[in-house]
Design a protein around this ligand. Structure first.
Ligand SMILES: Nc1nc2c(ncn2[C@@H]2O[C@H](COP(=O)(O)OP(=O)(O)OP(=O)(O)O)[C@@H](O)[C@H]2O)c(=O)[nH]1
Ligand SMILES: [Mg+2]
Length: 317
């Protein structure tokens, strides 16, 4: 299923079990007192970051998430059991939004947030017995669980976001830089979802590079663009086709305009031209030129990126 980075889900805690109305009835005890037990509380709903889950696509069809109800109280003073909590696995990097407010960022595997409380259990008539009320018939029913609609947004911890026009060579640059297995194809929009690859600096720190198939040929963000994944990027790696006869400055401006709303403040932009070794190609105004086919310029590009990333790591904003 296609990579999905937003979802809308409904969560509901379990209903509390009802309190029980009961009196002790035994042959040798003619007027036994009240013995109705309390209801158990309903289970809560908990979201938990789980590294087995890579995106939010499962929530397209799994919208409602309801925890178990509490058991009803019973005679002979038996209380109902508590309903089990429902733990819903989400990918690490999930932001949880309720009524427009972020209530949690589940960044690391195992991070959890309770999103819907279970309803309180009811009260059985035994609890209402007192010196003046020997035979109470009062009970309290269980309460409904909390219910909420939540918006989930997956934000991958992207350090370098590769952007550029269709067919510019974004996927080829990702593969050349990181060895990731991305689709490289001689037609536009061959990449339909973010492809990821790692970069490692000399201290062994790992950085995530993402190829974001974000914009159309005219620079406008695509409907399924996933440009939200730019949010944490330290570097925007802007790939241009070094063999394209259209003036590079115009192509660059188009992409910049399209992605501008998504680029975080303080992000560095590195413009790299592909097809450096192809006949007639020109790097134009690019910072660097590479050829993904022959590998020329790729090491310099990697060093440039790691230089920015390492410096930023040492001096966090
Ligand atoms: N010779 C040469 N070919 C390249 C270079 N970069 C990309 N190509 C070729 O150009 C075509 C498009 O490259 P992709 O990496 O798929 O381009 P993209 O920007 O990811 O394209 P979309 O995902 O479709 O937007 C492929 O056939 C690549 O092999 C390069 O530096 N040199
Ligand atoms: Mg591609």
């Amino acid at each position: 299923m296609a990579f999905t980075d937003t979802a809308q889900i409904n969560v509901e805690g379990g209903h509390g079990g009802n309190g029980c109305l009961s009196f002790r009835r035994e042959p040798k005890i003619p007027r036994g007192g009240p013995d109705g037990g309390n209801g158990g509380r309903g289970g809560g709903v908990v979201l938990e970051a789980d590294e087995q889950v890579t995106d939010l696509s499962r929530f397209r069809h799994a919208v409602h998430h309801r925890a178990a109800n509490g058991g009803h109280g019973q005679g002979k003073s038996r209380h109902g059991h508590a309903g089990a909590d429902l733990v819903v696995p989400v990918p690490p990097g999930t932001r949880v939004i309720r009524d427009g407010h972020t209530i949690a960022e589940l960044v690391h595997p195992g991070d959890r947030v309770a999103v819907a409380r279970g309803g309180d259990g009811g009260i059985g008539n035994k609890a209402f017995k007192s010196s003046t009320r020997q035979a109470p018939r009062t009970t309290v029913p269980g309460a409904a669980g909390e219910e909420a609609w939540l918006r989930l947004e997956l934000r991958l911890p992207v350090d370098v976001a590769i952007v550029g026009l269709p067919n510019a060579g974004k996927s080829a640059v990702l593969v050349a830089l990181t060895g990731a297995g991305a689709t490289v194809a001689p037609y536009p929009q061959s990449t339909r979802e973010p492809a990821l690859g790692p970069l490692e600096d000399e201290d062994g720190n790992l950085y995530l590079v993402a190829d974001l198939p974000g914009v159309d040929a005219d620079g406008t963000p695509r409907r399924d663009a996933h440009l939200g994944q730019l949010e944490r990027a330290a570097v925007v790696l802007h790939v241009i086709d070094g063999g394209d006869p259209e003036p590079a400055a115009e192509r660059i401006a188009r992409v910049r305009e399209g992605i501008a709303p998504f680029v975080p403040e303080g992000a560095h932009e590195v413009v790299v031209a592909t097809r450096a070794d192809a006949p007639g190609a020109s790097p134009g105004p690019a910072d660097l030129a590479v050829d993904a086919e022959t590998g020329s310029g790729v090491d310099e590009l990697r060093e440039r990126l790691l230089g920015i990333l390492s410096a930023r790591r040492r001096q966090p904003r």
